[in-house]
Design a binder for this molecule. Sequence first.
Ligand code: URP
Ligand code: ZN
Ligand code: ZN
Length: 469
Amino acid sequence: MPLFDLVIRNGRVATGSDEFLADIGIKDGHITALGEIPSKGTREIDATDKLVLPGGVDAHCHLDQPSGDGIKMADDFVTGPRSAAFGGTTTILPFACQEKGQSLRAAVTDYHARAAGKSVIDFAFHLIVTDPTAQVIGQELPALIRDGYTSFKIYMTYDDLKLNDRQILDVLDLARREDALTMIHAENADCISWLTDKLVQEGHTAPKYHAQARPPLVEREATQRAIALAELIDVPMLVVHVSGPEAIEQIRNAQSRGLKIFGETCPQYLFMTMDDLDLDGFEGAKHICSPPPRDASSQKQVWNALLNDTLKIFSSDHAPFRYEGGDGKKHAGELASFEHVPNGIPGLETRLPLLFSEGVVSGRMSLNRFVRLTATNPAKLYGLYPRKGTIAIGSDADLAIWDPQKEVTIRNEDLHHAVDYTPYEGRIVTGWPETVLSRGEIIIQDGHLHAASGRGEFLRCAAPMTADL
Ligand code: URP
Ligand code: ZN
Ligand code: ZN
């Protein structure tokens, strides 16, 4: 009986800190040997001239999340995880969103029902807390944290989601008591609604005005306020989808004062600008997300913040709405005012290839930094490390074997999500994950899916490893 179910030979292995030539031996879904492996496995993969990286951990994506008003997310727990896998991601953390008035436990039960038997890769849930009642703070959240839901997102904007500062303090205080992580969407709601009303009254309703309704200062102010609230409670916090230098400056300043404030950014802030909101006709709606993409100089500063460790996590913020049809970007009509266009863009499958190409291949960032940003750091922050996010003895054999030279033109027709567009249509990238393994099983090879929906397991997260980041 061979010692290994699978041996990956001669690959250039990279983790968040090391890079070396090695064979990888896999048994029962785990990595059991690393180095020169003399014995043959039941199966073998030749990875000569290839990179073997930890499968990506995408710690911010929205799947099958009810959005109200006849709006429907295009991706569910079949298509979203499948698309992620084709892009080299083997773990995702979507959200279980509480509706105001709903119990959090009921929300979690609902999302488990949505996910049951569907995902091809492993997944955990963040919670979205929209109604932090005494019952939620005192009983439901502590119990859910113990059950492995150790992170929750809260919003400072969107009428049906936002919390006021007092409620934010309650959530942060609970996070400190129970050793959980709060993720915050930082934009000033009143400024946005005031600016939106003014723009609409003036007849400025085209998609490009989305960026004017949410200028950098509304993100800066909210980021600064959120940091002050976390400082008051003395608790770590992650600012999600940071779009530009104004918010980055607040985070950097907090970090330089010794606060455990973390920052996440997303492809849209490196690869899109506000000019994309001004495409012909209604096309700009394809790029509407919040915070909005900024200008070219902001993009540079987001790159810098990834390179100088101010921002530690790179997630897709996949929020999948179709362009055509009546349940996505155009649900309020062909030329609806920007404030009625659902916010969010797709990106699960393109997240890693975009950053690999423009980061690693272009020479901007080391391979180790790429791995840290896209796999190791999110696994640590969300309590999944070292099971996920690295290549080490005992870790799950979640691996992506990359052809670092493969040139790919991104075309929506080649992607595997259920959205009818990608904002990156026509962009050429170098490097693509060709073979993807989840717990030792080859799930993607030769451009095909080789695994069944539903094989993915639900992951219970441990406490965030913030000391290590
Ligand atoms: O526009 C965005 N980012 N939509 C997704 C929801 C969120 O706030 O992350
Ligand atoms: Zn958000
Ligand atoms: Zn999001």
